[in-house]
Design a protein around this ligand. Structure first.
Ligand SMILES: O=C(O)CCC(=O)N[C@@H](CCC(=O)O)C(=O)O
Ligand SMILES: [Zn+2]
Length: 346
């Protein structure tokens, strides 16, 4: 593969998956439109326009290997940028998270990568598997990207970590807003998400080891975990359901300034997390059907989950379930519950 072939066809994701050795050595080159490309590893590529307009944008996908729609969306954007069909106005870093898990069509190979950020990759047994090493490499890529942006006088950072959910969802597209340690929730960010077709927001109430919390907490980036629909195999996504997010991400990258409508509370469903229920025993059981969609609510005192020594019940009226998964590793989150809330506009 020559650089010219990569530029002509733009198949960075395909090559990263099929011939990763091509990118084991970092490489830089320039496109005809003056955009500088930096590839630091398979699945990690930065676009720097000749005169970046101020935003340092990180788009990540495939942190869970079977969440294919975001991978296809980001793959297409990279093709368009490499082939010159689109020109970036801002610096953009694309991260295709878990390439081996994509190949086997699974959420992960050995360990859930989205529990390994903010240094968790190196805790306990340390960097003992590919997911741990990759989580560290993704962190390093972001650290380097934002530090370089600082040197160029860039003044704004964001990171959208794109996912799809295991279950169907009453609210198809939703985003987790990482814990902000008391800083205000930004309504302009909610307007951006709405333009992507995301009208449901979960406000986190504690630090986590997710990718979006890492960028938010360590780099003050506007960062979100964005759930764009339900997990489907490659090629089986109805891409018409992603039109708004494709258009809005394209505009974010290519337009110097993004025009967004005013914040209107009535456009959103906003929830705050009420309970984080971890699986602590082998014998952990959820007390509702496997096809119960996210955001289904249950009556007060309804038993949501049980394990030896613990019963987890609904505590508040309107409390609903999100991300239930009885098969997570011991000690990890098996269920979130959320309750409706309001935020005041800035
Ligand atoms: O549908 C599910 O059960 C999981 C979908 C998913 O991968 N969600 C993320 C959310 C991360 C966050 O809370 O910010 C995850 O569980 O890693
Ligand atoms: Zn995911």
């Amino acid at each position: 593969m020559s650089k010219q072939q990569l530029i002509d066809q733009g198949q960075f994701l395909h090559l990263s998956r099929t011939q990763p050795e091509l990118f084991f050595q970092p490489q830089t080159f320039e496109l005809e439109n003056g955009t500088r490309i930096f590839i630091s590893a398979p699945g990690i590529i930065t676009f720097t326009p000749p005169q970046p307009k101020g935003k340092d944008i990180v788009l990540s996908c495939g942190v869970h290997g079977n969440e294919t729609a975001p991978i296809e969306i980001c793959g297409d954007l990279v093709v368009a940028l490499l082939t010159g069909k689109l020109s970036a106005s801002h610096r953009v870093l694309f991260l295709f998270g878990n390439l081996p898990a994509m190949d086997i069509g699974e959420r992960f190979v050995e360990e859930n990568m989205n529990r390994l950020f903010s240094g968790a990759h190196s805790k306990g047994p340390g960097l003992v598997n590919d997911e741990r090493r990759r989580a560290k490499a993704l962190e390093d890529a972001i650290r380097h990207f934002y530090a370089e942006g600082d040197g160029l006088g860039q003044n704004y950072r964001c990171h959208y970590d794109l996912h799809t959910a295991i279950r169907a969802s009453k609210n198809e597209k939703f985003a987790v807003y990482p814990y902000r340690h008391g800083k205000p929730w930004k309504t302009r960010q909610l307007c951006f998400l709405l333009a992507c077709g995301v009208n449901t927001i979960l406000l986190s109430n504690s630090p986590t080891t997710t990718f979006s919390y890492f960028s938010s907490n360590e780099f003050d980036a506007d960062a979100f975990t964005v759930e764009l629909g339900k997990v489907r195999p490659f090629g089986e996504n109805d891409m018409s359901r992603f039109q708004k997010v494709r258009e809005t991400l394209t505009a974010l990258i290519t337009e110097p300034e993004l025009a967004l409508p005013e914040y209107n509370e009535a456009d959103f469903h906003i929830f705050t997390i009420n309970q984080i229920i971890n699986r602590t025993k082998e014998d952990f059981r959820l007390n509702f059907d496997d096809d119960t969609p996210n955001f289904t609510d249950f009556p007060v005192d309804y038993v949501l989950a049980e394990e030896p020594g613990a019963v987890y019940k609904v505590q508040q009226q309107g409390e609903a379930i999100v991300f239930p998964n009885a098969k997570v590793a011991l000690g990890q989150r098996a269920l979130l519950t959320v309750v409706p809330t309001r935020i005041s506009a800035e």
